[in-house]
Design a protein around this ligand. Structure first.
Ligand code: AKB
Length: 328
């Protein structure tokens, strides 16, 4: 009862609510805390259920003055900062990506430090924090980290800043190193793991896909529902029980485009895939194939429950319905 009462007092700000993670996390948090207590924001329009299901406002995380006013006016207690320039796009405009990724997290950390009502911050890290000198298989939580992409460097620096604010100001920042996320609600944009979503859309629309990675390049992947559960659980854990204030490794399965294509063919037998690796192949080769996520699993017994077989069935069904609906 007491827990329920406290939960109702939370007022949550989501930055990047129109993105791949934001569009699903907003809905999950609205179910948990009540629609009116979760303020979704982005610089672009979100899907209709985000805009219509609770408060939504266009807001730019780079605009620190508007942001701090928003946080004070709505007496925000938790901030989820999900906006970022992803790995592939960041390589095209490295300095802009660095500026956006770093200044946005610093804006959030500063606001959270200055505004007393803000008690917790969530910020997504990534498997991109690892680099070519990191062991690629079962990558440990703590290991050599020498990222060679601008996105990876910004995520590693972001992790260090999160820990700095925790140590210096006792700010309760929590983070997960997301692997490639598979989801059907909102497509990702500009990442090195985007193929794991694109492949389903193209298989359903055109029965063919040209993949930007090689057939056998394995990456750690995770279904969005498992990622959302890991995130909401991490945010619920008592502060004293947290083992890390940087990013927790998590993953579902380690899969290559060839693995996913074979599973899709069980449903669409004439699906064809071609491989035309581009610059993202090089990025993928510096990232883990799989990560050791035992620390995340220690928290409330979190473990992924969606297998490739189950994910494929869901993706084919849901994307099929979405395409049908768009026609009418
Ligand atoms: C990307 O590919 O850039 C992201 C990530 C793994 O952080 N999906």
């Amino acid at each position: 009862m007491l827990i329920k009462k406290l939960k109702c007092m939370e007022r949550i700000l989501i930055i990047g609510a129109a993105g791949q993670i934001g569009s699903e996390l907003t809905l999950a948090l609205r179910t948990q805390f009540g629609n009116g207590n979760v303020y979704a924001t982005d610089i672009k329009d979100p899907p209709p259920e985000i805009r219509e299901g609770g408060p939504f406002q266009l807001l730019d995380v780079m605009d620190d003055k508007h942001l701090i006013h928003f946080v004070i006016r709505h007496r925000i207690t938790q901030i989820y900062h999900l906006a970022a320039v992803l790995s592939g796009n960041a390589e095209k405009l490295p300095l802009q990506a660095w500026y956006i990724n770093m200044n946005s997290i610093l804006n959030i950390l500063e606001i959270a430090r200055l505004v007393e009502d803000v008690k917790k911050v969530f910020w997504p890290s990534s498997i991109a924090v690892f680099g070519p000198t990191t062991p690629r298989k079962n990558t440990p939580q703590l290991t050599t980290m020498e990222p060679s992409t601008v996105y990876g460097i910004s995520k590693l620096a972001g992790e260090r800043w999160c820990e700095y604010y925790y140590k210096k100001y006792d700010l309760d920042v929590r983070s997960i190193r997301y692997p490639g996320l598979i989801s059907y609600k909102t497509e990702p944009g500009g990442g090195t793991t985007d193929w794991a979503v694109e492949i389903f859309y193209e298989a359903i629309k055109n029965k063919s896909y040209t993949c930007f990675l090689k057939e056998d390049t394995k990456q750690p992947l995770l279904f969005m529902d498992d990622a959302i559960k890991a995130t909401t659980r991490l945010m619920e854990i008592e502060k004293a029980r947290l083992m890390l204030h940087t990013g927790y490794n998590i993953m579902g399965e380690s899969l290559s485009p060839g693995d996913v294509a074979s599973e899709i063919r069980k449903h669409i037998p004439d699906f064809k895939i071609r491989y035309n690796p581009d610059f993202r192949q090089e990025i993928a080769m510096t990232w883990p194939e799989s990560v050791d996520d035992h620390m995340a699993r220690l928290h409330d017994d979190w473990k992924p429950v969606y297998s490739l077989e189950r994910i494929t069935k869901i993706m084919i069904r849901e994307i099929g319905l979405k395409i049908e609906k768009a026609k009418h």
